[in-house]
Write a protein that binds this ligand. Structure first.
Ligand SMILES: [Zn+2]
Length: 429
């Protein structure tokens, strides 16, 4: 989780200079388009923000892409940065500038987030999807984080509100099936785009947890989770699960969640407890079979207190990610608390488990599906949204080439970059 210390600071930045708000009929010539394997030179046509197969009768403008390499837009599948706190207009502009058009926040302060809704979600805007408050047990993660750290830190801004201020805003306490029944309508009243559930160290429930300097986090009782998933699915909402250990991962799969927001192993407290985090072949196969999206979220490892464990954490993450990939699980890119998903992508590259083509496909093709599964995103096919990034240099040769974007188009609308001040100081949690 991340929170800007400059909370509520006024941002005297002019609104993003998006001039065009209506989609037209376009011809894009001389581009080299990503086809899932390679770049193919062809002419593409967009009508009213959607790709079409044939040249329409009327063309409003022709863009010569000058041999640029064209890829689908980027995504951030796990962040808490997009929220109505701090410099959110800058956050939105930064994502758009980077070609990150789709962003998913799996735990936000529901009532506050309402304040940014006029700034996002539209053909010429950043698209965001929000869980609002996650479902956890009393005293579970992230209640402690919100109440004992964030609430204290921002005290003066919330009139030094007492503990419990964030209850039913950024978390809901569900300790039993009766709690679920009683609170379900309240959860839905916040109009979440999806439901977030917390599983954490499930194997310790009813057992003596291993000794650790670190207070082991807890989440929902696993027995409740399948009931939540059933209710959510009946309402048409998908479910994302926070997990920490292999046991959590398996409970999430068993409960039928749609997405797992972490690769297990981002937190180790001892070099002797590795089996708590290491996935097995059958786990990866089950994740693939169930079609669950698994978010990389490598950078959640910053939670690890003992720097000596860091090499082991990375080894664990590399192992689990490789295993998931090898057995066909759908891996998507999310950083948890970085300013940009680029930080996450660079962390993945450092593990040396995926080549550029694999990473590009995860980021441009699979990741948007985890955020907006009902939209046609990630491919240059007829009927799909006419959105893309044009790059002067080939990103398959060096992925960093995707940081240099010459043209951004979203749903048939050219997105103008916004000039931004130097990155603001931020504070990591
Ligand atoms: Zn998170």
């Amino acid at each position: 989780m991340k929170l800007l210390i400059t909370l509520y600071s006024l941002l005297l930045l002019s609104h993003s200079s998006v001039s065009q708000t209506q989609s037209r009929n376009y011809e894009f010539s001389q581009g080299q388009w990503f086809d899932g394997k390679k770049f193919v030179k062809k002419t593409m046509f967009a009508v009213e923000g959607v790709w079409v197969n044939e040249r329409p009768d009327r063309i409003d403008s022709v863009f010569n892409l000058q041999n640029n390499f064209v890829i689908p837009p980027l995504s951030e599948v796990h962040t808490h940065s997009l929220d109505a706190i701090g410099y959110y207009k800058q956050t939105i502009a930064r994502y758009l500038n980077d070609g990150v058009f789709y962003v998913k926040n799996p735990n936000n302060i529901g009532p506050w987030t309402k304040n940014i809704m006029s700034e996002i979600n539209g053909p010429n805007k950043l698209d965001g999807s929000f869980a609002n408050g996650g479902l956890t047990s009393t005293g579970g993660h992230p209640e402690i984080l919100y109440e004992d750290r964030i609430r204290v830190e921002i005290g003066p801004h919330i009139n030094n509100a007492p503990r419990g201020f964030f209850k039913n805003k950024s978390y809901f306490n569900i300790d039993s099936k009766a709690d679920l029944e009683a609170q379900w309508s309240l959860i839905l009243a916040g109009e979440p785009n999806f439901i977030k559930v917390y599983l954490a160290n499930s194997e310790d429930i009813g057992n003596t947890p291993p000794t650790s300097r670190y207070t082991l986090r807890k989440g929902l009782h696993p027995a409740i989770v399948s009931g939540i998933v059933r209710k959510a699915h009946e309402t048409g909402l998908r479910v994302s699960a926070h997990v920490e250990t292999r046991a959590d991962f398996l409970e999430a799969l068993k409960a039928g969640v749609d997405e797992i927001t972490h690769t297990p192993g981002f937190y180790l407290f001892s070099k002797d407890e590795l089996d708590r985090y290491r996935l097995k072949i059958e786990d990866a196969k089950l994740a693939a079979e169930k079609g669950v999206f698994v978010v990389t979220a490598l950078l959640s490892r910053n939670l690890t207190e003992d720097p000596e464990l860091f090499p082991l954490v990375k080894e664990m993450q590399a192992y689990n990610l490789s295993l998931l990939k090898k057995h066909g699980a759908k891996i998507v890119i999310g950083s948890d608390h970085a300013n940009s998903p680029w930080d996450e992508v660079r962390a993945i590259q450092e593990l040396d488990v995926f080549d550029n083509l694999t990473l590009l496909k995860m980021w441009c093709e699979t990741s948007p599906q985890a955020i907006f599964p009902d939209r046609k995103l990630g491919f240059f096919k007829p009927g799909y949204e006419a959105s893309f990034l044009a790059l002067p240099e080939n990103p398959l040769i060096d992925l960093e080439n995707a940081t240099d974007i010459s043209l951004l188009v979203k749903q048939g609308i050219v997105i103008e970059k916004t000039e931004l001040p130097e990155p603001s100081t931020s504070h990591e949690h």
